[in-house]
Ligand binder design. Structure first.
Ligand code: FAD
Length: 511
């Protein structure tokens, strides 16, 4: 890599300095692993070296990494192991999406050369399958905590001081209240569904993403307020199950943070499936009209209009959750509900770290988990840091959407005339063979050295394909390094290879 290329020091995992527990600095990964054998006695007289509050993907990963590093660790959880992600977020939605994807393939039997007769969804079985998967993974998290020698304390934690926690709950202690002292605390209390001030939001049939999981039957019609990942994935699920879908979004396009071209293509895909897209509208109120709910909305300067639906999903984002945590007793002051942290997940109070949805930044499970690893390593004296530039974002609609880095618009603002390569899946052998022609890959690169600034994908399996781009960006790769990499044929990642070539005007199969 040229020395004159812009560098991004934060992408480099520096050698860890000596562990705060007094051990010598490891020199190789093998030595580091030897050094990380659990020791399990808290330093400085506290009950624990690290207490993690919340056992979602941020918290349980922080706990496991801290235990790997030889620290004595407790996790406090007031609800279910796995947090939002496992119980009401990533996993249940992906289980339902897998069911509807299978359904849509079965419906395309004639195209692939088989007959199925009528393909009818069995919603009850799908829900039971989803719940079994969640239960299986919850058991897995419990097993991992146990295997790593982590104490799991059931109950709600509250700070008494920066190094003392009170845990309340029938299982926390015989009298329901337990106190413990801790050298460090990792706050991983996650987020809850936001509740915008829309009149009528309290009406029966108006639900958030948690409530949608509890629906006993498939609604005939669903209005989704908010076209972010959560709203769109549920629109995908119920659309495929036969609900009439309307999507209302304040911004003029679906998935506002995505690259504009990707968002337009996704909009086309939803329209092709019959969804009604009401973009650039503000929802004024929700009313009940006979059997249905009526969502009243307005476009700037236009009269009110309404769309009717049996169920209304409010998917307008999530709020960091710190209620009942007693942050003031620890000297922590949230800003716009979340806990500010540096790139090692340290809050402004020594010994208190925060990770995941409770911190500013994208509300994603892998961000929470990476934050958990980093916090644990920072506590142990290592110096890994969060690099916000290389975090992938995925949306599991059909077609899927995935991106990492800057959009073309953002990159142009920052770097001027960027070089962009595109490649459509319809030109790719594997995609044609698999009936997966929709979508494209787009690579945005810095004009002088060709460093990859962003990769944007829409199409089948792109949520898997994006990891190659994330690795490339973590290593500050150039488009040249991407296209010099040999990609197997026939395979979907060839689209990334061709898009990288196209950024240098040398795509082979573009046509
Ligand atoms: C429908 C939906 C789909 C999603 N899909 C994806 C996806 O596909 N990919 C993705 O990356 N992200 C997805 N997310 C987001 C992802 O779920 C969150 O980013 C992730 O769960 C955040 O992890 P966390 O550890 O910060 O918090 P959480 O998972 O929210 O866990 C926080 C935990 O802390 C506990 N807790 C809170 N306060 C206390 C206390 N005082 N004492 C003890 N315990 C406490 C809670 O009970 C909870 O278990 C989705 C979210 C939703 C709602």
């Amino acid at each position: 890599m040229s020395e004159t290329r812009p560098t991004n020091a934060a992408t480099v995992l520096e050698r860890p300095p000596p562990l705060s527990l007094g051990s010598a600095q490891p020199r190789t990964l093998a030595e580091e692993q030897l050094q990380e054998r659990p020791q399990r006695s808290a330093s400085q007289g506290a009950d624990y070296d690290v207490t993690v509050v919340g056992a979602g993907p941020g918290g349980y990963v922080a706990a496991i990494r801290a235990a790997q590093l030889g620290l004595k660790v407790a996790v406090v959880e007031k609800g279910s192991l796995g947090g939002t992600c496992l119980n009401v977020g990533c996993i249940p939605t992906k289980a339902m999406l897998a069911s509807v994807e299978a359904l849509s393939i079965a419906r395309r039997g004639r195209e692939f050369g088989f007959q199925t007769g009528d393909v009818v969804p069995d919603y009850g079985t799908m829900v039971r399958r989803r719940d079994r998967i969640v239960e299986q993974l919850r058991t897995g998290v419990a097993h991992l905590l146990k295997k790593n020698g982590i104490d799991l304390i059931r109950g709600a934690a509250r700070f008494r001081t920066a190094h003392e926690l009170e845990i309340t709950g029938p299982e926390a202690a015989p009298d329901g209240v337990r106190r413990l002292t801790t050298g460090n605390t990792v706050i991983a209390t996650g987020s809850v569904c936001s509740r915008p001030p829309i009149p009528g939001i309290e009406l029966e049939g108006v639900v958030n993403s948690d409530g949608l999981l509890a629906l006993p039957t498939i609604p005939k019609s669903l209005a989704v307020i908010g076209a972010g990942a959560v709203g769109l994935e549920w629109a995908e699920i119920f659309g495929e199950l036969g609900s009439r879908i309307s999507i209302l979004e304040l911004e003029p396009r679906l998935l506002p943070p995505a690259d504009a071209e990707v968002s337009t293509e996704l909009g086309r895909a939803f329209q092709k499936k019959g969804a009604e897209l009401l973009l650039g509208v503000s929802v004024e109120r929700i009313e009940r009209t006979s059997e249905l709910l009526s969502v009243v909305y307005r476009r700037s300067g236009e009269p009110e209009r309404r769309v009717e639906a049996e169920v209304v999903l409010v998917a307008t984002g999530r709020w960091p959750f710190t209620e009942g945590l007693g942050l003031e007793a620890a000297g922590i002051h949230p800003e716009r509900r979340s806990i500010p942290v540096n790139d090692q997940m340290q809050s402004r109070v020594r010994g208190i770290y925060a990770v995941g949805d409770v911190t500013p930044g994208p509300l994603l499970a892998h961000v929470a988990s990476k934050g958990g690893e980093i916090a644990a390593e920072a506590i142990a004296g290592h110096s890994a840091r969060m690099n916000p530039r290389t975090i992938p974002a995925c949306v599991y609609t059909q077609p899927e959407v995935a991106w990492v880095g800057l959009t073309e618009e953002e990159a142009s603002e920052r770097y001027g005339a960027v070089r962009v390569g595109r490649f459509p899946f319809r030109n790719l052998g594997r995609a044609i063979a698999g009936g997966l022609r929709d979508g494209f890959v787009k690579v945005v690169s810095e004009p002088q050295y060709g460093e990859i600034l962003g990769v944007h994908m829409i199409g089948a399996h792109v949520t898997d394909l994006i990891s190659e781009a994330a690795l490339g960006m973590t290593m500050e790769a150039t488009v040249e390094e991407l296209f010099r990499t040999v990609h197997a044929h026939p395979s979907l990642p060839e689209a990334l290879h061709e898009a990288a070539l196209d950024a240098w005007d040398r795509a082979i199969h573009k046509g």
